[in-house]
Design a protein around this ligand. Structure first.
Ligand code: AMP
Ligand code: GLY
Length: 419
């Protein structure tokens, strides 16, 4: 079978890497892909949100399965479009993807279905939103309703910060239409975990747990980013928490989706805060997380395409899914300046040496091939992933690999994989 992966980041490189190992696959394409993906797949120059272009390509090339990485095409209805045209595709329909693409939709859904989450209110007008702050105290969380590339969540420590976040979104239109509605939310204290689950419309099977490092600098300082590293399993996800998440969050969510007539198939990502009162949902994502995928799929023993087929065919319950006992750590090498301004086009050296280190796999996020060289092409450039018997050894392996790699103004956190 020929498989097309949609997207161009570290997550998609990991998907391509795992899919290329499947017995069921003889050729992998990726649209648009990146410099590392090009080693394993044929990259095609079609943007991830060009749904008509992707459909046309998939038909012409006889693609047996399309796998969608990022949220944008899902929220535009790529799955509905492919299915209507008789093409097999892995991911949720547009309605299902609204769990990610609209915070208002997802919060209302959770409350309606008694899924534990932070208390919240929805506002359209700055005056009412500011008056509403009195209900919450500080810190308080302000979220843009729509997709904002991970930047639409502000944790305001003071009332002044909250007011300026409200003004930025509702008056300054900082996130455009995505911020024309906002959610003001109770601040939850606790430890975070990312739980990804396969969902086939009725059953859900959680993957091994993960935890990402969102801040740009060591000790969780600096700006929020798309993620600077991850570990699997998550540090604070004990059996009791896992049981509560499976019962009160994952199964309840899947049952509610079905009861509301949304046939959700694909991966559902649960951003969890483990609080004193039990685990609560911070957010849903309608896809694999990035960089969580770079540690979670490293631990997957089973054939990913077999699992994806079971998801699409509604046969997940009968599907065996095996994981490696080992622990995984991944560290992101980013362009200096990320998540704000940074330069691109620097040559990356030492990639071959890094890949020789035991247990290490180097995934490319923002790279491209130019005149036979691999150069930087984005904020997050590489994701150095390592598998080992424990976190310490995985950390050592990842950081040894990093020391062999060089590009100008490279930035990475030194504390990934430490509690
Ligand atoms: P989100 O994009 O909704 O996952 O939010 C990004 C990050 O903001 C989360 O990973 C949390 O670290 C933080 N966050 C979001 N909502 C809350 C909340 N209600 N309380 C505390 N932290 C939050
Ligand atoms: N790492 C968080 C996300 O993928 O949204």
């Amino acid at each position: 079978m020929k498989v097309l992966v949609v997207g161009s980041g570290g997550r998609e490189h990991t998907l391509v890497w795992k899919i290329a190992q499947s017995k069921l696959v003889n050729k992998v394409y990726c649209a648009p892909g990146n410099g590392g993906i090009a080693e394993l797949a044929e990259c095609v120059d079609i943007k991830a949100d060009d749904i008509d272009g992707l459909l046309e390509f998939a038909r012409a090339e006889g693609i047996g399965l399309t796998v969608v990485g990022p949220e944008a095409p899902l929220s535009l209805g790529i799955v509905d479009c492919f299915e209507k045209n008789g093409m097999r595709i892995f991911g949720p329909c547009r309605k299902g993807a609204m769990l990610e693409s609209s915070k208002v939709f997802s919060k209302d859904f959770m409350i309606r279905n008694k899924i534990p989450t932070a208390a919240y209110k929805v506002y359209y007008e700055p005056g009412k939103a500011k008056a509403g702050l009195d209900d919450f105290g500080c810190p308080v969380v302000i979220k843009a309703d729509g997709l904002a590339a991970g930047k639409g969540v502000i944790i305001a420590q003071t009332r002044e910060e909250a007011i300026s976040a409200i003004d930025d979104m509702l008056i300054g239109k900082k996130f455009g239409e995505a911020g024309s509605k906002i959610v003001i939310e109770e601040f939850l204290e606790g430890k975070e975990a990312s739980i990804l689950a396969f969902v086939d419309g009725k059953a859900a099977v959680p993957m091994v747990s993960a935890q990402d490092y969102k801040r740009a600098l060591d000790n969780d300082e600096g700006l929020n980013t798309g993620g600077m590293g991850a570990v699997s399993p998550a540090f604070y996800y004990d059996e009791e928490t896992a049981a509560a998440v499976e019962r009160d969050i994952i199964q309840r969510t899947v049952d509610a989706l079905k009861a509301e007539g949304i046939c959700y198939k694909g991966v559902l990502y649960f951003g969890i805060m483990i609080t004193e009162k039990g685990p609560k949902v911070l957010e849903y994502n309608a896809r694999f997380g990035d960089p969580e995928t770079e540690v979670v799929l490293l631990r997957l023993e089973s054939d990913l395409i077999e699992i994806m087929n079971s998801v699409i065919d509604g046969k997940l319950e009968a599907q065996k899914i095996q994981w490696k006992e080992e622990q995984a750590v991944c560290v992101v090498m980013a362009s200096g300046g990320y998540p704000e301004h940074y330069e691109k086009g620097y040559e990356i050296k030492g990639l071959d040496k890094a890949a020789e280190i035991d247990g290490v796999t180097v995934f490319h996020a923002g790279t491209k091939k130019a005149s036979g060289k691999i150069v930087t092409a984005g904020g997050r450039v590489l994701v150095i992933s390592a598998l080992a018997k424990n976190y310490e050894q995985a950390r050592d392996r990842a950081y040894s690999a990093i020391r062999t790699i060089a590009f100008e103004k490279a930035h990475y956190r030194k504390d990934i994989g430490k509690k």
